[in-house]
Ligand binder design. Structure first.
Ligand SMILES: Cc1cc2nc3c(=O)[nH]c(=O)nc-3n(C[C@H](O)[C@H](O)[C@H](O)COP(=O)(O)O)c2cc1C
Length: 226
């Protein structure tokens, strides 16, 4: 249905929303006995399965942060890598998320892969990378993303759409004329998890929750009541 099309007559929003299925049939199972010793390995296994299953944008994740007063903010960002250092994402240090993380590094990432009935939650402190790594991430992006990154005023009030169009066009000219230009505020962050939870829905046997926890050295894992 086109977003501007009128909804079916005689139904309420509540009826329409409650009629929607959350997951499809034929979901895979999570066998806790067949899981690796670190969440990094299970995450990459599940991620590859999400790609194979045709999940759209499996690298899109919700990043939740909180300011020093505990006010929580969440938004979508893309995953850039998973390494021994953690789960990597990037954004402007001057943005809302950058300000939150400077005040309070505790953050959470959530992935939903609905076609597989799966959710992954990654929780822990997120720390900025050094400027060289952030610059490399910035330069690895396509022209349009680099131009958007160079405009560099994310979250400030915008007077008119034309102001942005002009700033974006200028930034695109710069990116094409001087391809080595880097946004000074673009920052890579790695979230080094203290906990990672894998959640699997099932058509027949209820849900499974597997939680990995670390003391900073080793990982332990255990089930949670769903
Ligand atoms: C699918 C998707 C991917 C996005 N990826 C990023 C990203 O990687 N980095 C980023 O800074 N913003 C990204 N955004 C924009 C953010 O959701 C958000 O609007 C922006 O970062 C400002 O958020 P903040 O004011 O809370 O910092 C993405 C948005 C969508 C819908």
């Amino acid at each position: 249905m086109h977003p501007d099309t009128a909804p079916p007559s005689g139904t309420t929003f509540r009826e329409r929303v409650r009629a929607l299925p959350t997951f499809g049939p034929g979901l895979p199972a999570l066998d806790p006995k067949d899981t690796p010793s670190t969440p990094h390995e299970l995450f990459v296994r599940w991620f590859d399965q999400a790609v194979d299953a045709g999940v759209q944008a499996p690298h899109a994740m919700t990043l939740a942060t909180a300011d020093a007063a505990g006010r929580v903010h969440a938004r979508t960002v893309v995953l850039k890598d998973v390494s021994a250092d953690g789960w990597w994402f990037a954004g402007h240090a001057t943005s809302g998320k950058g300000r939150d993380l400077a005040e309070n590094p505790h953050a959470a990432l959530t992935f939903l892969w609905r076609e597989l009935g799966r959710q992954v939650r990654v929780t822990g402190p997120a720390v900025p990378a050094d400027p060289e790594k952030s610059a490399a991430d910035f330069l690895a992006q396509p022209d349009h993303s680099r131009a958007a990154g160079l405009v560099n005023r994310q979250g400030e009030p915008l007077g008119s759409r034309e102001d942005y169009t002009a700033a974006f066009a200028n930034a695109l000219d710069t990116v094409r004329a001087e391809p080595g230009t880097v946004s000074p505020t673009w920052t890579s962050y790695s979230l080094a998890p203290t906990e990672v939870e894998f959640w699997q829905s099932s058509d027949t046997t209820g849900q499974t929750r597997l939680l990995y926890r670390t003391d900073g050295n080793d990982w332990t894992k255990g089930l949670l009541w769903p």
